[in-house]
Design a protein around this ligand. Sequence first.
Ligand code: ARG
Length: 265
Amino acid sequence: MKKILMCPPKYYNIEYVINPWMKTGTEIDRDAAYSNYNLLKESYELSGMEVLEIEPVEGSPDMIYTANLGYTEGNVFIKANFKAPERRKESEVAVNYFESLNYKIHTLPENILFEGEGDIIRSGTKYFIGYGERSSINAKEHLEKILNKELHALELNNPYFYHLDTCLGLLNDETAMINTAAFTKEGLELIESQFKNIIIADEKDNNLLACNLVVNKNDVFIGKGISEKLKRELESYGFKITEIDMTEFLKGGGSVKCLTQEIFD
Ligand code: ARG
């Protein structure tokens, strides 16, 4: 059973601008944010996933994006080192949370940026790390050592797709969805060498951060409004699609995956 961590949008707001999706003065419709959040949570539970919730903290308006709090595998929690000072408190809160669950906490050296599952994504045995916008390339060797796994590094060079999970969605060991505009030529070649099936999201889908998806067996959870072409392609690989309205969360630059930290066994 997949286990994931979410955080209710109690204090979610646009209070600062740290990515191009965020605009000062943007209002959040809290009722809409809650109803989208609850729908996502209930859809996960219906699909058989276990949802844990971390208590939101006042003054940490981005904490809903739990993917960034760190990376969890086995009994290990690797704490995020956020680039933006505004988000640093979140990872401290996450440390307390995982400590209370008896996880062994790992902290990377201060000068090494690492934004958790926003930049490390995994499908089965394949691990990828995104760097260049938020996490730093030298996070790779530290993570490899802690996890005793090899990570494939992908450089990000488009500020709109600043975390790896905004432009690469792993559906299974053979199938990936990508936004080609977010990667370098070398990065695209690496992805092509790792996956038999590659679904390319077009501009309309990328404007919804379609790659920012979550998979549980054949269920795919994805932002509402994706193109018919993308739906047909996902269905042709046997996936069942659940679309969730992510309008409120796109204002902060995130979608389904950003609101979800997978807790790996
Ligand atoms: N406003 C947040 C930030 O810029 C959004 C984070 C989205 N999370 C993600 N996993 N891509 O840090």
